[in-house]
Design a protein around this ligand. Structure first.
Ligand SMILES: Nc1nc2c(ncn2[C@@H]2O[C@H](COP(=O)(O)OP(=O)(O)OP(=O)(O)O)[C@@H](O)[C@H]2O)c(=O)[nH]1
Ligand SMILES: [Zn+2]
Length: 305
């Protein structure tokens, strides 16, 4: 297992399988999981000299001032729910709003299908399945669906998120036996140093990265505040609204009672389910309430480094 701790980052080196503790770049940029880094090992302590431009970055928009970057160059996000505690479609919507337009594949996992109540749990994600999100039932304990899921994450960088208690740790251990044995290979020299990636709480799946995959664990979620997004941004990102919002008369339409709202028209025409409109209005109401009670601090998540 490799982690980013404070100002030191562990860099997973292409080609040698080495992990090197590195000082951050001189411009004091904080490396995050998935960063592509060039390192300089000449003269003492290894130092990151450059980070490649970030893309497919996953953040938690916890505050207006500093979005918490979870990882970058993310290929896939597993949002883990369970039969118990049951899936919370509202939490899934918040996470999808945070993903926004980043081209990151989202997979909705329902864990613990060895327990009673599977159909009811999966049904709670029907609306999202209807939006073409993959809903994948598994049992980390009994093993159902684990081999197929492991295959699915065997390339690229996968981030695992989920509410506390859904069995994320159990699932990771089932997917990646011996998770602490991190190695990496494939030679890729660059001008200044070796082309590398900094990683944190990262596990290797099915062979050395980048031929195999990397899985990044994240702390269990209890709340997923969206303070870092304007209401209009959330309104534009709400899953399933994209096509309809293009026809709203006002660019800052919140799809409530505004005239010529594309979402209202889509609901009337039956192309957006009324349930989704209700889900949106409920989310909007909650987000507004959260904004008017600034004393309720969000739980402080683990710092990425
Ligand atoms: N029945 C059943 N129980 C499971 C399964 N996976 C995990 N559990 C149980 O669910 C509980 C929570 O599992 P964890 O893996 O600790 O959950 P977590 O999501 O990592 O929790 P946080 O650390 O709070 O994020 C434990 O009691 C597990 O034994 C499963 O597939 N079936
Ligand atoms: Zn509208």
């Amino acid at each position: 297992m490799v982690e980013v701790h404070g100002m030191l980052a562990t860099v997973l080196v292409h080609g040698t399988g080495e992990r090197i503790r590195c000082r951050p770049p001189r411009d004091r940029t904080t490396p995050v999981v998935g960063d592509r880094a060039d390192i300089d090992e000449a003269g003492g302590e290894p130092t990151i000299v450059a980070l490649a431009a970030r893309e497919r970055t996953l953040t938690r928009p916890i505050s207006e001032h500093k979005p918490l970057v979870i990882a970058t160059h993310v290929d896939r996000l597993l949002v883990v729910s369970a039969v118990d505690p049951p899936p919370r479609p509202g939490l899934v919507d918040r996470i999808l709003c945070a993903v926004g337009d980043e081209p990151i594949e989202v997979v909705l996992i329902v864990n613990k299908i060895d327990m009673p109540g599977v159909d009811a749990a999966i049904k709670r994600l029907d609306a999202h399945a209807g939006l073409d999100y993959a809903v994948v039932p598994v049992s980390a304990v009994r093993g159902d669906g684990i081999a197929a899921l492991r295959e699915r994450i065997a390339t690229g960088l996968t981030v695992v998120m989920g509410h506390s208690g859904v069995g994320k740790s159990t699932l990771l251990n089932a997917l990646v036996p011996g998770a602490e044995l991190v190695t990496a290979e494939v030679n890729e020299k660059t001008g200044k140093g070796r082309h590398t990636t900094t990683v944190s709480t990262c596990h290797v799946v099915d062979g050395p990265w980048p031929r195999g995959g990397l899985v990044v664990d994240t702390p269990g979620i209890r709340a997923f505040p969206l303070h870092g997004l304007a209401l209009t941004e959330i309104a534009g990102r709400f899953p399933g609204f994209r096509a309809a919002t293009a026809r709203c008369r006002f660019v800052d339409c919140l799809h409530e009672t505004e005239p010529d709202c594309g979402v209202a028209e889509a609901v009337a025409a039956g192309t957006v389910p009324r349930m989704r409109q209700k889900a949106w209005l409920a989310l909007l109401e909650r987000v507004r309430a959260e904004r008017s009670t600034p004393t309720r601090r969000p739980p402080s998540p683990r710092r990425p480094g």
